[in-house]
Design a protein around this ligand. Structure first.
Ligand code: COA
Length: 323
């Protein structure tokens, strides 16, 4: 088995900034409610760019930071719940635009845990030797599937993309990984696709195509699995929380993070947080946060970092990484 390391990161978000004040003109809400319940101040909402375009920009930035050329990439794994289209995959659209002609490309679906799952998949391909250099992307234009009349959900989400380059290495990089799913709780966070509609179907089902969520159930689930995931990757890597420089969580809600801090008896400063500026960008959130933390120079070579996420499915997972 080979070692696998993150050698570059990039991110990109649409330029349109929508504040909580702006949201109060769309639905019956206010800055105070949103800030106190979630920690979110503003989010980016795309006016012109679809998921592939956000992904392409993040991918180019990640390649630049890794000092690699598109043709060096032999695998593209892209996590999204908001693809441009069913076919081609968003990963193939990225390949075409950046000219990563040597890559095998596919999308994966794991909602907000998408980037963790995608990293996990890419790292297995590299560890076994089938691929050498992977471009892993988490990207969403959630504004396409948010119900702009539902104040319970529309204030929470935002658009954006993040990317990381994984490469075969002689040094330790991704040290331990853990993923899990609980399909029995899937009903708590849903978004319909196309219902049955062939000539055999007498009455077509009416679907909403919008995200619907049981916030309280997700809150309970999130706090539970985040603690479990962090403990699991620590245990597998034979590390303790004292060895960890930063935890990069899925950026859903400040209160979830505060609850996890309390449970693990750690300071909030250990968590890198940017949800105040982006809201919940689902599959993109950990990727954007990882890139921002890296760009801010927060990681030194050898630092240990945990990435941890949860989301629709329901799904969850984490990685313990040595920078
Ligand atoms: N603005 C103002 N009021 C709002 C509102 C908004 N945007 N959204 C909901 N409310 C109201 C509700 O209607 C409710 O009013 P009522 O008491 O008169 O019925 C009240 O606020 C409280 O709602 P409640 O659902 O109890 O709030 P909460 O404290 O549980 O917070 C969430 C709601 C969604 C912020 C919280 O449950 C949460 O963060 N859940 C996890 C969600 C998540 O992370 N999802 C992403 C998964 S990847």
């Amino acid at each position: 088995m080979y070692e696998v390391k993150i050698v570059g990161t990039g991110s990109y978000a649409p330029s349109n900034i929508i504040s909580n004040e702006d949201m109060s003109k769309v639905v019956d809400t206010n800055d105070e409610w949103i800030k106190s319940r979630t920690g979110i101040r503003e989010r980016r909402i795309s006016k012109e760019e679809n998921t592939s375009q956000l992904s392409i920009e993040a991918a180019k930035r990640a390649l630049d930071s890794a000092n690699l050329k598109p043709e060096d990439v032999d695998l593209i794994v892209l996590a999204t719940l908001t693809p441009d289209c069913f076919i081609p995959s968003t990963a193939c659209l990225v390949q075409k635009e950046i000219k990563a002609v040597n890559a095998t490309c596919f999308d994966i679906s794991a909602a907000c845990t998408g980037f963790i799952y995608a990293l996990n998949i890419a790292s297995q391909f590299i560890k076994t030797g089938q691929h050498k250099t992977a471009l892993v992307i988490g990207a969403e234009v959630l504004s396409k599937v948010v119900d702009w009349k539902d104040r319970n959900t529309c204030v929470l989400f935002g658009d954006g993309a993040g990317a990381a380059i994984l490469q075969r290495s002689n040094e330790k990089g991704i040290i331990s990984e853990y993923t899990g799913s609980d399909g029995s709780k899937g009903e708590h966070l849903e978004c319909d696709a196309i219902p049955l509609r062939s000539f055999l179907v007498e009455e077509e089902e009416v679907t909403s195509n919008f995200v619907s969520m049981n916030g309280r159930e997700i809150f309970k689930f999130a706090t539970h699995v985040m603690v479990e995931c962090i403990n699991k990757v620590l245990q597998d890597a034979e590390c303790s929380l004292d060895d960890i420089k930063y935890i990069i969580p899925h950026q859903a809600n400040m209160r979830i993070i505060e609850y996890v801090c309390k449970k693990l008896k750690i300071d909030k400063e250990k968590f890198f947080i940017n949800l105040d500026r982006y809201g919940n960008t689902s599959g993109a959130s950990i990727a954007i946060a990882l890139d921002e933390a890296a760009q801010q120079g927060l990681f030194n070579k050898g630092d240990k970092i945990i990435l941890v996420g949860f989301g629709g499915g329901l799904t969850y997972g984490a990685q313990l990484i040595q920078w």
